[in-house]
Design a protein around this ligand. Structure first.
Ligand SMILES: CSCC[C@H](NC=O)C(=O)O
Ligand SMILES: [Zn+2]
Ligand SMILES: [Zn+2]
Length: 414
């Protein structure tokens, strides 16, 4: 590694060592890291707050363009991470150990998505060194709370006067690692719903066989949902659909039983039982049909079931269209993006819908095109997993890719 490359890896490690994992992400530590970093590159910096106690800063770093009348480019990343269980990691999740044997940097957030802002900023450093001045203004947003839904982060940001004033023309946000040598790119996110189904039934002695016990009623619905799930999953397994192109429904908790000091009372059938599902829906799916299915098939009242459906986030944009960014000639930003990847020597996989859900949906809701992209090829997909890592070479190559992207996007005369 060159001296510059080593310093870039060190900056990545420094950021990873700031523990921004939930439930108490160190947002102040991240601000204290980024503000002097941005200043050293001559970037402007603003801190926005969307909570009264100002505990969730949103940092906005700005590289002013030579033609500020043009819509700007926004490079987004979230500061927060999901928690880690250190006992399952081969290196401590917040030590950012750089393994000399294979070049891997191990840390929670290495892929999701704390590589991004360092790559954005180091790409800007490279472009500045090459004497490049961007025609369009380039903003970097560092946002809180993506992992918990973005309510006090990107959701409020896009509704703010400050966001409107940025006049964003196009946004890049996080994507996912690619197992092959083709970069993955995401043009939509799935909707995220939560469903809780409660069953009631006749209680009784654990020895009695009778119809309509609460747990029996609940098992019934779990079976119905499992059939639907299998039908969706089989399309993915057969390679007919991508993982983001089907409806996923996964049970995430079950709760029943009468607690006792040693566990549960074993000879009582409880009168209540409940199950929680994580549901993800492609943005182009028929929502009404899913709601009907839940009402009529999954949780019908005649089976003594009640349900609570929590629908999070926007479904349509301001013009009433599904929240997808076009990846064809109708969207000039798409071809700029595609050509920049090709000119950097990269290959692109077929555009996908992200199977999880990220902040790009809020920006798409405002009618602004947004693509999800994290330049990680030949890398196992380890977001939210144990032993999350990113290889140094892949990380450094990402900086080059962003140099091509920032140059092309900020120069686009559309
Ligand atoms: C309620 S929005 C949840 C957002 C979260 N994002 C990343 O994992 C996700 O579960 O996909
Ligand atoms: Zn993420
Ligand atoms: Zn995540």
């Amino acid at each position: 590694l060159t001296e510059l490359e080593s310093s870039q890896i060190r900056r990545f490690q420094d950021y990873l060592r700031i523990c921004t994992a939930h439930p108490s992400p160190d947002y102040a530590g991240a601000s204290a890291f980024f503000l002097p970093y941005a200043a050293s590159l001559g970037l402007g910096a603003t801190t926005l707050h969307f909570t009264p106690c100002k505990s969730k800063p949103l940092l906005l770093l700005t590289w002013p363009g030579t033609d500020p009348s043009l819509p700007s480019i926004l490079l987004n990343s979230h500061i927060d991470s999901v928690p880690a269980e250190p006992e399952h990691w081969i290196h401590p999740p917040f030590a950012a150990h750089h393994d000399p044997a294979n070049g891997r940097v191990y840390a929670r957030g290495a892929q999701d998505d704390k590589c991004l802002p360092i790559q954005y900023l180091e790409a800007i450093r490279g472009l500045q060194a090459a004497g490049f001045a961007p025609p369009r203004t380039v903003h970097i947003s560092l946002v809180p709370d993506e992992e918990i839904g973005g309510e006090d982060g990107h959701e409020k940001f896009v509704q703010s006067e400050e966001f409107r004033a940025l006049n964003v023309g196009f946004m890049l946000d996080e994507g996912q690692a690619s197992l092959t040598d083709e970069y993955r790119v995401f043009y939509g996110d799935r909707l995220v719903w939560k469903l809780i189904v409660k069953a009631t039934g006749a209680p009784g002695h654990g020895s009695r066989m009778f119809d309509g016990a609460a747990v029996e009623n609940l098992m019934d619905i779990i079976e119905t949902v499992a059939e639907f799930r299998e039908a969706q999953f089989s399309k993915v397994k057969a390679g007919k659909k991508g993982p983001g192109e089907v409806v996923s429904v996964n049970p995430v908790y079950m709760n029943a039983g009468t607690p006792s000091p040693t566990g549960f009372v074993m000879n009582m059938q409880p009168s209540e039982a409940e199950v929680g599902f994580d549901i993800r829906i492609p943005p182009t799916e028929d929502i009404e049909q899913i709601i009907r299915r839940i009402e009529e098939e999954w949780a019908p009242a005649h089976k003594n079931l009640t349900y609570q459906l929590m629908k999070k986030g926007p479904v349509r944009d301001v013009a009433g269209r599904p929240l997808v960014t076009q990846t064809n000639e109708s969207n000039p930003w798409w071809s700029v993006f595609e050509h920049a990847i090709i000119s950097s020597g990269g290959k692109l996989a077929k555009p996908e819908i992200l199977s999880s859900t990220t902040d790009a949906r809020f920006v798409r809701q405002m009618g602004v095109p947004a693509l999800g992209f994290s330049p990680m090829i030949n890398t196992p997909i380890l977001l939210h997993d144990h032993n999350e890592f990113l290889e140094d070479k892949v990380f450094l190559r990402g900086i080059e890719i962003y140099q091509h992207l920032i140059r092309a996007l900020s120069s686009f005369k559309g």
